[in-house]
Design a protein around this ligand. Structure first.
Ligand SMILES: NC(=O)c1ccc[n+]([C@@H]2O[C@H](COP(=O)([O-])OP(=O)(O)OC[C@H]3O[C@@H](n4cnc5c(N)ncnc54)[C@H](OP(=O)(O)O)[C@@H]3O)[C@@H](O)[C@H]2O)c1
Length: 269
């Protein structure tokens, strides 16, 4: 896809990877950017910086779990600003906990934002893209959508689901000239991971590196953008020697010891 003169909408644009994608799109010749997130002040600050690069920016303050408002705001945006050529579904949340200590509200939030939020906005825009017979949709999954990780079971589940959703949609929309691709970052240095206990040996990358890989992926019409040698190694390892990889991940995972496990469980009961 040639980004020159096009309009893109990026969700999760107030921070982290989404913010970095917005800046990289601005550098790549995009004409207009619609930025979606809940934090009005952060969006306004980013809009000022991107506008200074000569790109028209429209901040859309939206909670993606509010289906009715998403519907209204997206319909208005299409009417007021015209065709949206590129949708980047980047908003997401992650909670880490051993499964037996996981909390239902966290699981519900992951599903509500990572899956249902993505579904809602994608449906609204995909219908319009199909009517224009033009569009590209990028769904931000994760390496954890290929290789599930202990302590991240429900987050991994949402990311596996995103890859299935993406593959099915790609097949359905291809004949309408709407491309659907996925971005699979590995550990990236953002707010999301600040409070997580990290996996041993995984080196975080910068959000800018992830965003630049996406721009190259869009340019090359890639179906899946996997970033960095560690990710490629994990994907191939999972394909060729899945049991070995599972053992390696288990050893690298920040799982509590037997003693800590019973202490935590005891403290909760
Ligand atoms: N960081 C990593 O290591 C990593 C690795 C692989 C994949 N990813 C994926 O990359 C994406 C971005 O992650 P990140 O690391 O950049 O996270 P982040 O820094 O925590 O940013 C999350 C973004 O999602 C937005 N968001 C959250 N809930 C929302 C809601 N209900 N409605 C609208 N926007 C909402 C946030 O904006 P507001 O708070 O302003 O609403 C924020 O802009 C996620 O899908 C994540 O799963 C991240």
């Amino acid at each position: 896809m040639n980004l020159q003169g096009k309009t893109a909408l990026v969700t999760g644009a107030s921070r982290g990877i989404g913010q970095a994608i917005a800046f990289e799109l601005a550098k790549s010749g995009i004409k207009r950017l619609l930025l979606v997130a809940r934090n009005q002040q952060r969006l306004a600050e980013i809009a000022i910086d991107i506008a200074a690069m000569g790109v028209e920016v429209i901040p859309l303050v939206l909670d993606l779990t509010d289906r009715v408002r998403v519907n209204i705001v997206i319909s208005q945006a299409w009417r007021d600003y015209g065709q949206i050529h590129l949708l980047v579904n980047c908003a997401g949340v992650a909670y880490q906990a051993p499964f037996l200590q996981s909390k239902l509200p966290h699981v519900q939030e992951e599903i509500a934002i990572n899956l249902l939020g993505m579904y809602t906005i994608t449906r609204l825009l995909a219908r319009r893209m199909v009517s224009q017979q033009e569009g590209t949709i990028v769904n931000v999954a994760s390496l954890m959508g290929k290789v599930a990780a202990p302590t991240m079971s429900t987050y991994s589940a949402t990311k596996f689901a995103i890859l299935g959703f993406t593959q099915a949609l790609r097949g359905e929309l291809a004949s309408h000239n709407v491309r659907v691709m996925s971005l699979l970052p590995t550990l990236t240095d953002t707010d999301m991971v600040r409070d997580l206990q990290l996996f041993w040996g995984v080196i975080p990358m910068s959000p800018q590196r992830v965003a630049q890989a996406l721009i190259r992926g869009i340019d090359r019409n890639q179906h899946e953008v996997i970033i960095g040698w560690q990710s490629h190694l994990a994907v191939w390892g999972n394909y060729l020697v899945p049991r070995l990889l599972e053992r390696v991940i288990q050893m690298a995972a920040p799982l509590p010891s037997q003693k800590q496990f019973w202490q935590r469980l005891g403290a909760r009961s």
